[in-house]
Design a protein around this ligand. Structure first.
Ligand code: FE2
Length: 272
């Protein structure tokens, strides 16, 4: 359970860093399972690239239908102009998402062991729903930047309720693209909302026109095993990985079932 100090710190800063949360065995299970799933994966002819850059964010059927599936998204730099891989597939994947915590027995076992619902309840959520999981690779040399964003932009409820659990499966530092965030920035209004548009694509609603505060981001250099809990409105970022070491992470995001989940949210799942 979180201590009172940890809960206060989360409420004040918008995040919480907990060392040694996910053990070496659990990390190995997830890393090995991801590798196995990639080995079994038959890439579709059109490969979907993942980026949070708003112009390019994947919004094809493969991405939009991934809410209750296990799907594979490529690094932009892993695919050349002809659509061919520039690197072996094991180091070409940007992430696997978004329902392995429900569909895959290994992910499900590890997630169950971590007993997250009781923790997320301590942070004020009434009826936690584990909505979205992601295995994030940040591949050596080609792992792309993830621009400054708030998770509630993509996992939106009314009122907002998103809380993310981010687990370092490997060491994360400034060289391989660790998380960075604006401490206390969860008090900034939600800047935009990503949603389905009426023409079948996706779009952003701009909710707040103020620019981000001009303040250096705090850098979370953490050891493998660390948990970082992220408030859904906390602005966070990660740089490209220019190093030779991957920076694998597993992330699981919760929303509150007591909040309204709009029909035009991008992510839909049969697993309620
Ligand atoms: Fe995020």
């Amino acid at each position: 359970m979180f201590t009172e100090n940890q809960i206060q710190s989360f409420n004040k800063n918008g995040y919480l860093v907990v060392d040694n949360f996910i053990n070496a065995n659990q990390r190995k299970l997830l890393i090995d399972r991801a590798s196995y799933l990639i080995e079994m994966f038959q890439p579709p002819s059109k490969r979907t690239i993942f980026t949070t850059d708003e112009q390019e964010r994947a919004s094809d059927d493969y991405f939009l239908g991934s809410g209750d599936q296990i799907r594979f998204f490529f690094e932009e730099k892993a695919i050349d102009q002809d659509g061919s891989l520039t690197v072996p597939i094991q180091i070409a994947i940007n992430k696997i998402g978004h329902a392995q915590h429900i569909l895959d027995p290994v992910y499900k076992k590890v997630v169950d062991e971590l007993k997250l619902p009781k923790l997320v309840k301590q942070l004020g959520m009434q009826k936690p729903r584990a909505l979205q999981s992601m295995h994030i690779f940040k591949q050596p040399g080609i792992g792309g930047e993830v621009g400054l964003h708030q998770d509630s932009t993509f996992l939106y409820t009314e009122p907002m309720s998103c809380i993310g659990f981010w687990f370092a499966l490997e060491q994360a530092n400034r060289e391989n693209g660790c998380l960075q965030a604006i401490t206390g920035g969860h008090k900034i209004p939600l800047k935009k909302r990503f949603r389905l548009s009426s023409d079948g694509g996706t779009e952003f609603d701009i909710l707040d026109h103020e620019p981000w505060p001009e303040k250096p981001l705090d850098m979370f250099e953490v050891e493998a095993g660390t948990l970082i809990v992220l408030h859904g409105q906390l602005p966070h970022y990660s740089a490209a990985n220019s190093s030779s070491k991957s920076r694998q992470a597993f992330a699981l995001h919760f929303v509150d079932r007591n909040c309204h989940y709009p029909e035009d949210n991008w992510l839909h799942s049969n697993y309620k």
